[in-house]
Write a protein that binds this ligand. Sequence first.
Ligand code: ADE
Length: 242
Amino acid sequence: MRVDIVSIFPEYFAPLDLSLIGKARANGTLRLAVHDLRSWTHDVHRTVDDTPYGGGPGMVMRPEPWGEALDAFAPAELTPPRLLVPSPAGVPFTQALAHELAAEPHLLFACGRYEGIDQRVLDHAATRMPVTEVSLGDYVLFGGEVAVLVILEAVTRLLPGVLGNAGSLTEESHAHGLLEAPMYTKPATWRGLDVPEVLRSGDHGRIARWRRDEALARTGHRRPDMLTALDPESLDKRDVAA
Ligand code: ADE
């Protein structure tokens, strides 16, 4: 997968050299490049923002540098990338969207700062490439950079070959619309607390049932919205009893 990121703070992306994302970059699974938006400015101050039309606090990112930057990644003769713009006004980022993005050949992230990017940049880009504004959640960050780190981490771990054990993907939270059951490792007793007996029983049927019940109970307490959204077809008789 190819990924390009445009930001006024390229330094934010230094952690993308680390850990499994760094490894995916080193072995070519992820071809990632970070670009400084200011390299598409032409004035001595390398200006990227200005006051909002209609008034109000803060600054808005001017369209010209963004327009030139996006032009550079969508030349007419090539298939354009999918443009992702992190914004608190975007669609919620979910595991389902992470799977969708992991299937794309080329992602382009535009990191806004301040009060966001002039809307015409997105409207114009949408005439040439798919554009999705994405929100990490119902809170406001300083800018899109941290959101891109989160989105990229969720997407990269879904790329073929990145996780050693593909089973981790099918068992984890959100894989079946439920939160994951609690996990334990050695020692069997720690500070007087025992690992649940069933997990040491070796009885795979009982273990699977216990994990499913824990996942249902946890999801019911912490995320009742997820439980309501579950497809009734995905529940078995013993789930309903639980
Ligand atoms: N930029 C600012 N706040 C954000 C949020 N909640 N999600 C994504 N990008 C953002």
